[in-house]
Design a protein around this ligand. Structure first.
Ligand code: ATP
Ligand code: MG
Length: 416
């Protein structure tokens, strides 16, 4: 027996409607905000993520699925969607077209993490990117899109926002952070000791309790913002007010990716504890240049679809299972099954979902099966029906039945 790889999950035929539901709403909301879908490869050159995601991030230091292909290239399964979208924006010259370019994607993402509730090695993301707009109105619009999605899914969340400034203000802040953490170095986890040297901002993102405790009194980035970054943050708050979106300022959010500048935000569920961040994003004005394009402002977010479903489960807002086929055509014997087969084809061609028996079951067993798959109507075709050309159609919901000539089946079910 060959098992599924650790940390991955099958989406079974009986469950996939839940993914389709979330994806369908995501596509609808994306359309309302005038976003178009981009599809990029599942794998990219490893270099893209080293530069695009940042080599001090958890993703790059610990979580990437990297391998050499037969041409001895280093390839990585994408751990997130932004880097690929940004690469495509540059490579396809989208910067030369009308700006801004607004896009979304629904992708599998791969991260070698310790599997637990809400943490998988293959998961799915709905992501949004807006390239080319530098104003805080774009940040607010992207946040509003996420808010709109979450509301439609019936998910109650708190929006946390912060600004992590630009490389200029961050230099002063990093210095202050290092001064603050220097006397605590011994108490920090080994990861944080490495972060201290390479990227002190990351210290604030640590999930270890002992580090969190020290983080509590660390200097706050908002006190170090340069005038331009401060203005951007104030403008963002203004636009969120205009959109009627409530928020909380959380100076401790730094986000997991290195390419963020200025705005960062997270939507945190109030219905689940540990893995409560369902959606995270921000502005990443440095990314496009970092991976070889012209300096281009950009803002976006990504939401984990499995995590959305987990929260919907807790909130009781999961979609109901879809109905079964409109009609099940039962056949008494081989000849009647042929008629059922042909009639099912006729109905399907007319856009009416239909099912028949493939297992040579008795009529009684076919009825049971029809009920099990949630068929709305059942018709039994026997010798009499073949002769008369009329079948008896039973509605399973109220057990009422009506005679329906084969020739009028399309009409009859179209109206149901
Ligand atoms: P976390 O702090 O939970 O590790 P992150 O900062 O790594 O999150 P992002 O890179 O911003 O997360 O990814 C965006 C969203 O993708 C997250 O908010 C979450 O919903 C989802 N996500 C991230 N990692 C996983 C995972 N391993 N399994 C399932 N969903 C995930
Ligand atoms: Mg993570």
């Amino acid at each position: 027996m060959i098992n599924i790889p650790k940390g991955t999950k099958d989406v079974l035929p009986g469950d996939s409607y839940q993914w389709q539901y979330v994806e369908g709403i995501a596509r609808e909301v994306a359309k309302l905000y005038n976003l178009k879908e981009i599809r990029t490869p599942v794998f990219e050159h490893t270099e893209l993520f080293l530069r695009g995601v940042g080599d001090t991030t958890d993703i790059v230091t610990k979580e990437m699925y990297t391998f050499r292909d037969k041409g001895d290239r280093s390839i990585t399964l994408k751990p997130e969607g932004t880097a690929g979208a940004a690469r495509s924006y540059i490579e396809n010259g989208l910067a030369g077209g009308a700006q801004p370019v607004k896009m979304y994607y629904i992708i599998p993402a791969f991260r070698y993490e310790r599997p637990q509730a809400g943490r998988l090695r293959e998961f799915h993301q709905f992501g949004v990117e807006v390239f080319g707009a530098k104003g805080a109105d774009a940040d607010a619009e992207v946040i509003s899109l996420a808010d709109s999605l979450l509301r439609r899914l019936g998910i109650r969340v708190k929006l946390h926002i912060n600004s992590i400034g630009c490389p200029q203000c961050r230099a002063a802040y990093n210095k202050a952070l290092k001064e603050y953490f220097a006397p605590h170095l011994e108490e920090l986890c080994p990861d944080c000791r490495a972060r201290y040297e390479k990227n002190p901002l990351r210290l604030l993102d640590c999930k270890e309790e002992s580090c969190k405790k020290i983080n509590r009194d660390a200097p706050v980035i908002l006190d170090y913002l340069c005038p331009e970054c401060r203005e951007h943050f104030e403008a963002l708050k203004g636009y969120l007010d205009l959109a009627g979106i409530g928020y909380e300022i959380d100076p401790r959010i730094v986000r997991g990716l290195d390419y963020y500048t200025r705005t960062v935000f997270e939507f945190v569920s109030e219905d689940i504890g540990a893995q409560g961040t369902v959606c995270g994003g921000g502005r990443y004005d440095g990314l496009i240049e970092e991976i070889g394009g012209a300096p281009t402002p950009a803002v976006g977010f990504a939401a984990g679809i499995e995590r959305l479903l987990m929260v919907m489960e807790a909130a009781g807002t999961k979609p109901p299972a879809p109905k079964g086929p409109k009609v099940y055509l039962a056949g008494l014997d081989a000849e009647c099954r042929k008629k059922a087969f042909a009639l099912a084809e006729t109905l399907r061609n007319a856009g009416i979902s239909a099912e028949t028996d493939h297992m040579e079951r008795s009529v009684k067993a076919q009825f049971k099966f029809a009920d099990k798959i949630g068929a709305e109507y059942v018709a039994v075709i026997g010798g009499n029906e073949l002769l008369s050309g009329v079948m008896n159609v039973k509605c399973l919901a109220d057990s009422s039945s009506e005679p329906v000539p084969f020739a009028q089946a399309i009409e009859y079910f179209s109206e149901k």
